[in-house]
Write a protein that binds this ligand. Structure first.
Ligand SMILES: Cc1ncc(COP(=O)(O)O)c(C=O)c1O
Length: 346
């Protein structure tokens, strides 16, 4: 069971993100964007769209491509300026009486709700962050959860999340890291049958497009219409729409899947190496990062920084503290460099 906590004022800096931890010259284990991205074929197509910038953006082709990729109708798709815009649109449109955010998770969903004036209740899962659907209050009419979750890397079973959907409740599942999981077996993106479900996806992480602002949400057509009405006109630029279209083709999905398989192997090796050094690695990691616990981890973070390596602090995530760090999984050679440095420091 998780710990319930009404947090009247944020007790942590919800607006702290991993990019603040990386300064030029540091080896980056802090930000979860895949290295070596965007791939050249994608960068070329985005660059080619510059010739079309005189016209206002037309989301039609991207919407159709995203719908096909997730076996949904185009009317169930809303393109957004990254997942971040989707959180803001939901906060603007919904009038929750009891909003519950499952933590530890990415802090922007809670920050967006608060910025829109909604009280937020936290369901803080204890380590190892397994979600019991019964821990979510039955009368919560808005539930926000990540899958796989940042920063825990925990992947909740689709059945667990599906059990949270019900009439009268909006269930928001942030799947910004779903394509880290080969075959995406726990994704709810194709589940048009679940009442009140909103799935949020991002192109930022897997495709290396943090600076472009490209993402989308999948929901019932009436929800999509209401959210679209709250969206600034032409919010998603033509290059971002080209990216959404190109990243939804079977070719792109297969490329992401092949990467996810390599990631799984690199992650397993890295997790074993870190465990061997005495760090407690949160088990069952499914995303492109590991959450580790070590007494005095905040000092280790400072020492790593002195050695030219950036990792993500854990203490700005509700439910974690100064003993936690999030470490991105890189290729095996880069991971080994991190392991060697850690071995020297420990
Ligand atoms: C879990 C999660 N969701 C969403 C986002 C935001 O993604 P986007 O760049 O698409 O706004 C992030 C970025 O760190 C994230 O970690």
């Amino acid at each position: 069971m998780g710990e319930h906590l009404v947090a009247p004022e944020p007790d942590v800096d919800l607006r702290h993100h991993g990019d603040a931890e990386v300064v030029p010259g540091l080896l980056d284990f802090a930000v979860n964007v895949r290295t070596g991205t965007p791939p050249p074929w994608l960068a070329e197509r985005i660059a080619a769209s510059v010739g079309d910038l005189a016209a206002y953006p037309d989301p039609g082709p991207a919407r159709a491509a995203v719908a096909q990729r997730h076996r949904r109708d185009p009317g169930e798709v809303l393109l957004t300026a990254g997942a971040a815009e989707a959180f803001v649109l939901l906060a603007r449109v919904l009038r929750p009486r009891r909003a519950v955010v499952v933590h530890p998770q990415f802090t922007e969903p809670e920050a967006a709700l608060r910025a829109a004036g909604h009280p937020v209740e936290r369901l803080v899962l204890p380590p190892d962050f397994v979600l019991d659907p019964a821990a979510v209050p039955a009368d919560a009419d808005l539930v926000m959860v990540g899958n796989p979750t940042n920063p825990t890397s925990v992947l909740h079973p689709a059945a667990t999340l599906a059990a949270l959907a019900r009439p009268g409740r909006t269930l928001v599942v942030d799947e910004a890291f779903a394509d880290c999981v080969p075959g995406e077996p726990e994704s709810l993106s194709a589940r048009a049958d679940l009442p009140g479900l909103v799935v949020i996806r991002s192109l930022t992480k897997t495709w290396g497009l943090a600076g472009l602002r490209a993402g989308y949400l999948l929901a019932a057509p009436d929800a999509v219409r209401a959210l679209a009405d709250a969206q600034p006109l032409w919010s998603v630029s033509t290059p971002a729409l080209v990216a959404a279209r190109e990243c939804s083709t079977p070719h792109a999905v297969a490329e992401a899947d092949a990467w996810a398989r390599r990631l799984a192997a690199d992650r397993a090796g890295f997790a074993a190496a870190l465990s061997g050094l005495g760090l407690r690695v949160t088990p069952e990691a499914a995303a492109s990062f590991l959450l580790v616990r070590f007494p005095g981890a905040h000092r280790l973070r400072a020492d790593l920084r002195d050695r030219g390596i950036a990792v993500r602090r854990g203490d700005t995530f509700p439910g974690l503290g100064t003993d936690w760090l999030r470490i991105a999984v890189r290729d095996s050679e880069t991971n080994s460099r991190m392991t060697r440095t850690l071995a020297e420091l420990l």
